[in-house]
Design a protein around this ligand. Structure first.
Ligand code: ARG
Length: 588
């Protein structure tokens, strides 16, 4: 297979346009290719929008061009004529329309089938990224907000990993702070033999937390002890340290169960791990002259906020912000992160805005956000219940994550049983399928919306086999696999020998959508919007349906070519599932 280039298809078109820019206006500096998908597919596949901008720079300078359209004409003439393009034309005030050649699209599809989807990975401008996500608080149950953070963060990690970025998946768990005094003292009282007991014995930590809190609020002597315990813990008393560790271990085990079910990997680096670095970071900021006194606290004033960032509390203690400033320092200096991504609900917008602005004042981050290193807050909206209010259980408790996953799985199982799969499949197959469907449905329902909007949690909707759901998409994928199976041909044999040819318009449309996979990942990863990839996948599935409606596959003259197109579609759908954290199923 001859070389068909690397990076996303758009990046390849950008390279052609870059050559055309250099050849057309060599004296105009700082020109970046402006390449977008054609607004109207009738005009072409991509368009270059540089002509008008160039015109406004050069007009009146005795330029060789009469108008922007003439600039467009010259650009079009200078687009290298390679096997990539079929047709280049100019429209209106200089839009250059570029159509990819069918032969080249076919070659790209062969590249996918022979080299795998890695060949299409876009190139990003950074190599090392910290993604801070999930990050629940010890001794409290993970709730739906943490579910969103886990699902969105994991998907972003997967996309960045696909692009070849070194991703540090950080679980910034809330494992430090004044609540531990109360928890430790309560542990001592409830479980005098706490050192010997198994983690199970402590039981439901959420409940444990509640009971400790009640005691803290009503029992003055207990409250006093708890406050002293904080000092002992932070001073490194071995007994208090051990008790703290015990509580963290119990929590960690229950978090890990959720991660395992969701198939999410994370490396825990909790708030406590930055504690030892806080004093030196505070000192650095003090020395830079950024820290001021405010009502006894040490603060950093940040532009555009009516409250300052509190670095040291009035009692000399550290807080959430001191830890985040220190974690950022650590990530930049020790972990050499070029991009730092924080995935939390939008309720923390202000906090991160202040942290990032303080970091800019400290010179840790450049003022210009297009430069590296860079920090980005990936905020997300609330999960709502049917009543349009914050998602709660009937007894108005916080919804427990594991219960949601259980219900999604069980409802999926019910669906499979209704469709008669129970007798047909082994118990393991059934279990695998209902987990893939159930957990996939929960993830996709979350990811398909723009993350900034609130979304309503609704099992019926997310498990609908006909809507824009994971269930629908998993069925669509399984159907493609079944078409290939029914042909009786071994697709692995066809890959090296068979020839894929795009003849029918719906074949070309499908082929083009397939080869554009990389640029959708590029956009989703750059804008940190997983819904972009969901939309791509849903559109792809629709295009496959068009193709399958219009083109006979099994038993047709074009069977081999069309089976290869089916396989390419299945490969890309699976890669989308993978990047969204959904497990594909081959039969349903
Ligand atoms: N533990 C926090 C919470 O549950 C989220 C932490 C987010 N990460 C960070 N670096 N502040 O609300």
């Amino acid at each position: 297979l001859e070389d068909v280039g690397v990076g996303s298809v758009r990046q390849q078109v950008v390279n052609l346009v870059r050559e055309a820019l250099a050849a057309t206006v060599p004296d105009v500096e700082g020109l970046e290719p402006q390449v977008a998908q054609c607004g109207n597919p009738k005009n072409g596949d991509y368009q270059c929008n540089n002509a008008m901008g160039i015109w406004s720079k050069i007009k009146g300078q005795g330029a060789p061009f009469k108008n922007p359209n003439a600039v467009g004409q010259a650009l079009a003439a200078n687009i290298p004529r390679t096997s990539v393009t079929e047709r280049v034309s100019v429209a209106g005030p200089g839009f250059v329309n570029i159509s990819l050649s069918d032969r080249w699209i076919e070659k790209k599809l062969h590249q996918l089938l022979s080299q795998g989807v890695g060949a299409w990975a876009p190139k990003l401008s950074y190599k090392r990224v910290v993604v801070d996500f999930s990050s629940p608080n010890i001794a409290k149950e993970m709730h739906v907000g943490h579910l969103r953070s886990t699902i969105i963060g994991d998907s972003l990690c997967r996309m960045l990993e696909y692009c070849g970025v070194d991703v540090l998946r950080r679980n910034h768990v809330g494992d430090w702070g004044t609540q531990f005094g109360m928890l430790i003292e309560y542990l001592f009282e409830e479980f005098p033999n706490w050192e010997e007991i198994g983690d199970q014995a402590v039981g439901d930590l959420q409940d444990f937390y509640k009971r400790a809190k009640i005691k803290f609020d009503v029992d003055a002597a207990f409250k006093d002890k708890a406050q002293k315990a904080v000092v002992l813990l932070q001073g490194g008393d071995p007994n208090y340290r051990a008790a703290w560790k015990k509580i963290c271990d119990v929590s960690r085990k229950s978090f890990d169960q959720v991660y395992k079910r969701l198939n999410v990997t994370l490396e825990e680096k909790g708030e406590s791990s930055y504690n030892e670095y806080i004093p030196r970071v505070v000192k650095e900021l003090e020395e830079k002259g950024l820290v001021e006194d405010s009502e006894g606290a040490r603060v950093i004033i940040v532009p555009g906020q009516n409250i300052p960032l509190i670095l040291v509390k009035r009692d000399g203690g550290f807080n959430y912000a001191s830890t985040d400033m220190t974690a950022m320092w650590y990530r930049l200096n020790e972990e050499k992160a070029e991009v730092m991504i924080y995935v939390t609900d939008v309720g923390q917008n202000q906090h991160f805005d202040m942290v990032f602005k303080a970091a800019k004042r400290a010179g840790w981050l450049p003022a210009n956000e297009s430069e590296l290193p860079r920090a980005r807050h990936v905020g997300f909206g609330l999960v709502l219940g049917e009543d349009g209010k914050r998602f709660r259980t009937r007894s108005s408790e916080v919804v427990r994550l594991v219960d949601l996953l259980d219900e999604a799985r069980d409802r999926s199982k019910q669906g499979l049983v209704e469709r008669g799969r129970e007798g047909e499949w082994s118990a393991e197959e059934l279990e695998e399928a209902c987990q893939a469907l159930g957990y996939g449905a929960v993830k996709y329902a979350d990811l398909k919306n723009n993350r900034l909007t609130n979304y309503t949690f609704n099992f019926d909707q997310m498990l609908d086999i006909r809507g824009n759901t994971a269930v629908y998409l998993l069925y669509a994928h399984a159907r493609i696999c079944s078409i290939i199976r029914k042909s009786g041909k071994d697709i692995e044999d066809l890959k090296p020998t068979g020839k894929l040819q795009l003849q029918h318009p719906s074949e070309r449309a499908l082929g083009l959508q397939l080869i554009r996979f990389g640029e959708f990942v590029e956009d989703a990863a750059t804008d940190l919007l997983p819904n972009v990839l969901c939309e791509y996948l849903y559109t792809l599935s629709g295009m496959f349906t068009d193709f399958y409606t219009n083109c006979k596959v099994v038993g047709s003259e074009e069977e081999v070519s069309r089976l290869l197109l089916c396989e390419a579609t299945a490969v890309i759908m699976r890669e989308c599932f993978k990047l969204l954290g959904i497990k594909p199923l081959y039969r349903l």
